[in-house]
Write a protein that binds this ligand. Sequence first.
Ligand code: OGA
Ligand code: NI
Length: 363
Amino acid sequence: MEVSDKTQSAEYNRALEVKRFDDTKAGVKGLVDAGVGKVPKIFIAPSNDHADFPTCQQPDLLVPVINLGGLYSDRHKEIVNEVRIASEKWGFFQVVNHGIPLNLLEGMIQGVKKFNEQALEVKKQFYSRDLNRTVRFNSNYDLYQSKAANWRDTLAFTKAAVDHDPQKLPQVCREVTLEYANHVVKLGDQLFGLLSEALELSPDYLTREMECAKFYTCVCHYYPVCPEPELTLGAGKHSDPAFLTILLQDEIGGLQILHENQWVNVDPISGGLVVNIGDFLQAISNDKLKSVQHRVLANRVGPRVSVAYFLKGEIATKPYGPIKELVSDENPPVYKEFSIEEYQGKFFSQGLDEKSTLDHFKL
Ligand code: OGA
Ligand code: NI
């Protein structure tokens, strides 16, 4: 039949175009460097993607900013309370006075820029989709699963690389990456302490009992300038595959979260870090803390750089379910137990823009 033939040939071409793009190993930046004036078809999001929800027009509706100064003194209780409210109501907050030196934040952003802007021949050596590699660079980890590719290239590495194989990290950003990793791990422990208290658990519950911060994957994103930002996205709508995400973003902006059925901008603040609850923490808190969907817009201005640490458990097969102290007859478990391995199996088998992975584990 003519119609299905057309569909098939369109699909065939897309597969071919995707493969051709992947084979360049140059990512989206390669396209921009080659001077594309239009967004190639494989990146074009379905027309309803951008306008699925309206953009928030209320200037006073802002993602909470939490000042961590005085964390271990007079302001401790107040900070716990602010973290609780933000994590229940928004699933996102920004922290300032977090103790990570501001020049290190800037250095990390510059390091990621340098990695992406170095000679292609060097960068290409990192290009891989092999999830067993502890350091890998590619464009769109879900390139072969998603309906539309995103305007983004990513360097990813795990805690295993940082701790045991640092020489595998790209030389141009190795030193700053190792230093920043050290600080993020410490901040992660502090945040899990606050979140444990916010859940009325002992302060070391999430770190010691649940081992939420034993491991991490870090993704360093590079969003090149985009000639037609209304046609594509920097990152499609998703929630995060982690207990907690600590995100460093530069001053460009474009991150939005879905709050009360509106897209709310997470505006960059000087020296701030964005923190958000991931799917695993929503599950073990039995929906008390919210893993909120978010996306990144493409932009005519840029490039934009961001660095996201996904804090997670180390043992891929360890079963996680709602914490028993948080369930009762009135508040029965919402999720069955699942392991990080099972979750990631689902997560990596579909596009970033598809159904929430967490839904697969609802009781
Ligand atoms: C992510 C993410 C947001 C950003 O990596 O999961 O949502 O601002 N990143 O790059
Ligand atoms: Ni995310």
